[in-house]
Design a protein around this ligand. Structure first.
Ligand code: UD1
Ligand code: CA
Length: 490
């Protein structure tokens, strides 16, 4: 069984190979399998993140099918982990996992003696697990160490054939699902697809892999049998939490992986003092931090770099897409917040959308059907109903009336302009502020106005047609048979 090993305790340097060249036939779709998001980060991104957390300095990703898309994901991810160098190796055509590792051997000459091999479609592995595997591999002085697991339903995984005559059940071979007989298919010991290799010993053996198997592919799993035949030491480390090995080979596995990852995070958050009312109807990514005494109502999806303070109430039905920072005692219901900061005591929703680098001040109200895009809003202000506010600086104690809008976009020049609304201003209902424009301190914009020029501090701006009243006009013009006559009493 695994002993937990932390990154600080382990000082065995290792490189990693991540296999991501396969087509993902069982997925039936355009997007490469390893690029499917698992709570906000692609499966490949999660594998690389785990490697970086385990202290890996160099990862070689084998790419092939839709390699440009995978390379662009790597270019997007690389800046997050500056201590880890990520390189790619092309495998074309894709002739199996064994062939994939062989491409690395042939194209990268200088890997460290300890090499971890893992698949880009197994996103739930913990960094402690990888460290523990390297630790076991080293202490056992093994040439190949496999990470094995015992699972309820082994369908789809390679089965581990253990020697029953030995007490510890020495690993003898791995049989793939498609090559397994009926009795072998019942075996619940499976291959997680993660291996620690003694690179100088294993690389010559890669040449002896044969494609004689049912699928006509070179299986990396055959290396176990070959190593044993050569008298090399093969070890096996057992996974404690089998959910870590979920490989996303089908769409059903995506749902399974997302729920397992979220479940792990929800359990940790509940232990840290967060109330989560429906664990089944909440999805929370591992990157999310939440303070004690915050209550999460059903239907919340929190992913990316999200920090939530203490004493908040989130949901029902709220999506936070990081980077997002929510300070203490904030209430958000039925809303979407992305790339924004919400300060203490603010009340958001129901049905608000806050995005594009917005910041909502303390005790500020952003309410029903209000959208904020790149808006810096001060303290104790309000936009409570039916507004679009884009590219605006809004001060403290400002009231944006129902339906008020900052018209930020000049469609002729295709540019966006800023609106400045100073402290204490009151912008009446259904007024449109045509940017660039400024509304001064403690000024007032009358309801229904279209504002194109600066409103100075303390002024009232009215820009709308004057009301005209035609006395008794209706009585004079109404048909005697009209359904709702003006002289009829309700
Ligand atoms: C593999 C293992 C199986 C194990 C399972 C764990 C083999 C032969 N089988 O099966 O024992 O239980 O993982 O998840 O290794 N890939 C390449 N190049 C190729 C083929 C695949 O880079 O030519 C990559 C894929 O993109 C994928 C990974 O290797 O990320 C694993 O391939 P996949 O086809 O998913 O193997 P499994 O059938 O899951
Ligand atoms: Ca797989």
């Amino acid at each position: 069984m695994m002993q937990p090993v932390s990154a600080s305790k382990l000082e065995i340097p290792f490189d990693a190979i991540v296999l991501a060249a396969g087509k993902g036939t069982r997925f039936k779709g355009e997007t490469p399998k390893v690029l499917h998001p698992i709570l906000g980060i692609s499966a490949l991104g999660r594998v690389l993140k785990t490697l970086s957390e385990a202290g890996c300095r160099r990862a070689i990703v084998v790419i092939g099918h839709q390699s440009e898309k995978i390379e662009s994901e790597i270019n997007h991810l690389q800046p997050r982990w500056t201590h880890m160098n990520i390189q790619t190796v092309l495998q074309s055509p894709q002739r199996g996992t064994g062939d994939a590792v062989r491409q690395v051997r042939d194209q990268i000459p200088d890997l460290r003696p300890t090499v971890l091999v893992l698949a880009g479609d197994v996103p739930l592995l913990r960094s402690e697990t990888l460290l523990s595997l390297v630790h076991h591999h080293t202490t056992q002085d093994a040439h190949l160490t496999l990470l094995g697991a015992t699972v309820e339903n082994p369908t789809g995984y390679g089965r581990l054939i253990l020697n029953p005559s030995e007490p510890s059940g020495q690993l003898q071979a791995i049989i793939e699902e498609s090559d397994a007989g009926e009795s072998q298919k019942k075996i619940q010991y499976v291959n997680t697809g993660v291996y620690a290799l003694h690179w100088p010993v294993c690389t010559p053996m890669l040449s002896t892999l044969s494609a004689a198997t049912g699928q006509g592919e070179y299986y990396l799993t055959d290396l176990v049998g070959i190593a044993l035949t050569h008298g090399h030491r093969v070890a096996c480390q057992w996974l404690t939490d089998a959910t870590e090995m979920i490989g996303i080979n089908t769409r059903a596995h995506i749902a399974e992986a997302v729920h397992a990852l979220s479940h792990r995070q929800i359990q940790a958050l509940m232990q840290a003092g967060v109330t989560i009312l429906s664990t089944a109807q909440t999805l929370i990514a591992p990157e999310v931090r939440i303070g004690a005494d915050t209550v999460i109502y059903p239907g919340c999806v929190l992913e990316g770099e999200v920090t939530v303070g203490s004493g908040c109430e989130l949901g029902p039905n709220t999506q936070l897409i990081g980077p997002v920072r929510i300070e203490d005692n904030v209430r958000i219901s039925h809303s979407v917040v992305s790339d924004s900061v919400i300060a203490k005591g603010a009340y958001i929703g129901p049905y608000a959308h806050i995005r594009g680098g917005s910041a909502v001040g303390m005790d500020t109200r952003v309410g029903n059907f209000v959208e904020l895009k790149n808006v810096q809003m001060g303290n104790a202000s309000a936009a409570a109903h039916l507004s679009y506010l884009g590219d605006a600086h809004i001060g403290d104690r400002v009231n944006m009336g129902a339906g008020s809008i900052t018209a930020n976009y000049d469609p002729v020049r295709d540019v966006k302009h800023l609106t400045h609304i100073e402290d204490g201003a009151k912008v009446g209902c259904n007024s449109v502020l045509i940017a660039p424009v400024a509304v001064g301190r403690n000024s007032c914009v009358a309801a229904g106005s279209v504002i194109t020029k600066t409103v100075e501090a303390g002024d009232l701006a009215i820009s709308r047609g004057k009301q005209t009243v035609l006395p008794q006009w209706v009585i004079k013009h109404e048909s005697p048979t009209a359904l709702f006559r003006a002289d009829c009493q309700p």
